[in-house]
Design a protein around this ligand. Structure first.
Ligand SMILES: [Fe+2]
Length: 242
């Protein structure tokens, strides 16, 4: 073979090799350079924060003291938020920790908003009149409803919450949950914290007096907004991680 012809063949062979290498690299790059997202990557990006109270720490006095509100919000609720973020950072695999601290964050976030200072427009007899009409239809009167709710609250053994909820079929119901279990499968309308940290510093073992006074500071405007709202559960994503 003439030397010019063999040089040409060698050059063509080299070019083919370069093209094959380039093609291989082109095909490989997408599968190695784009990371595959997984749930732990998504959840580590989620950081929850303590929501501010919609009123001052002393705004609910005398029904709930400044001291209780400050500790309850800035220490207890903050601890649920801190531990929830830690559980998420650790991969969210400890479902018990996720549910306890996530539920604590959800329940307290709902609780602060469904309270308001006694004597305010939100706690007045005419506030939430559409919701109260449905309550009256089901329980006979507002007083009968509050008596039934109070009995449910005082019947909780250990730590837990009492709730007025709207079921999927639209009906109202009084339910209780233990520890920090959040409401699922229904819309929470009014929640009452029955953990000792919610009342003990002020009421000591007088749980019934705390329950009697809580009715003076229920925000019926917020309760009615929750009852009438058709928007999705704002904590749906968090509950899905439990
Ligand atoms: Fe609490």
């Amino acid at each position: 073979m003439p030397s010019g012809q063999s040089a040409s063949l060698l050059w063509r062979g080299g070019s083919l090799l370069v093209v094959l290498v380039a093609l291989y690299t082109y095909i490989r790059i997408p599968s190695t350079s784009i990371p595959t997202p997984n749930l732990s990557d998504i959840s580590t990006a989620t950081v929850y924060t303590l929501p501010p109270l919609p009123y001052a720490y002393d705004a609910l006095e005398p029904q709930i003291s400044n001291q209780i509100m400050e500790l309850h919000h800035s220490k207890h609720h903050q601890t649920y938020v801190t531990n929830l973020n830690k559980a998420i950072k650790d991969g969210g695999t400890n479902k018990s920790l996720m549910k306890f601290n996530g539920g604590g964050h959800i329940n307290h976030s709902l609780f602060w908003k469904n309270l308001a200072p006694a004597g305010s427009a939100e706690t007045s007899g005419v506030a939430g009149s559409k919701l109260k009409a449905v309550i009256k239809h089901k329980w006979g009167s507002q007083e009968a409803f509050e008596t039934a709710f109070s009995a449910a609250l005082l019947g909780i053994q250990g730590s837990g919450w009492g709730w007025l909820v709207k079921k999927a079929n639209g009906e109202l119901e009084i339910v209780t949950t233990k520890d920090q279990d959040p409401i699922t499968g229904a819309t929470p309308i009014v929640g009452v914290d029955m953990w000792e940290h919610a009342y003990y510093l002020q009421y000591l073992n007088g749980k019934a007096a705390y329950v009697e006074n809580i009715w003076k500071i229920i925000n019926w405007k917020v309760a009615e907004e929750r009852f009438l709202s058709e928007s999705q559960d704002e904590f749906k994503e968090l509950k899905a991680m439990f």
